[in-house]
Design a protein around this ligand. Sequence first.
Ligand SMILES: C[S@@+](CC[C@H](N)C(=O)[O-])C[C@H]1O[C@@H](n2cnc3c(N)ncnc32)[C@H](O)[C@@H]1O
Length: 245
Amino acid sequence: MVHLVDDQFAASVDCVYPAEGLRKFLQHYFTPDFFKGKSVLDVGCRTGEMVAVLTDFGARASGVDLSEGCIVSAASRFPSLADRLHVADVRDLAGVPDGSFDLVLCVGVMGYLPRQDWMRALKELARVCRDNGEILVLFQKPKPLLVQAIVKTINLVPLQFYLRVCCPLGATILAPCSLWFLGEPISRSVIRYRIMISLRGLEFGYPQQLAAYRVPTPNCAISSEKTTESFRIAKERWTELEHSL
Ligand SMILES: C[S@@+](CC[C@H](N)C(=O)[O-])C[C@H]1O[C@@H](n2cnc3c(N)ncnc32)[C@H](O)[C@@H]1O
């Protein structure tokens, strides 16, 4: 499978999820007071909205993303947070010291890694999490073989053609029908982004050893119980989990 993640996401910085959906996401897992004074790392922060919402909730929030274009966009959108936003790869968070965060979020990122890299990424999330901290990580649900075959076929289309022609064309066709199809009007940039993230470079499934840590996923702007699996892992249980990985 093709993994041109950096280019792929830098091309979509005009799509911004409303803060309300991100608040709904966080409040599904945590009480409103949970974040006050906590250090939180959002891994795969894209355009920085989650870092901004976490900051509004009283957290000392930081974000990292593999895409330099996304980090530049996030920093210009939220200049007061710019020094907390950095380019980094979840598989090697080399600049982040061990045990630096109370909570480590990794939302919508694992599906874009080759599955042989999942363990390495999980170990990095655990490494940067404090001993009594927590990790919240989401994976794509397993999909039927037909869906996997469609995604693999679409990955044969050259990335630039896919980004510049297929996604805008799909969005132009679907946007006027979004009220009818999806029950609400959705802008062309959001549909273009959704086509891109759901059909390109995706791995489905999750490491079976995580099953015991599964929690329900909220249905909101960035996630859905239908398509995503959430895992909330207390760092103190990490050692026992790591042995089984
Ligand atoms: C689908 S977006 C999710 C963004 C945000 N977390 C959300 O849920 O809306 C995936 C993000 O993960 C980033 N990403 C992909 N691979 C990554 C990696 N190896 N390390 C860090 N970030 C990565 C992409 O650049 C992109 O910004």
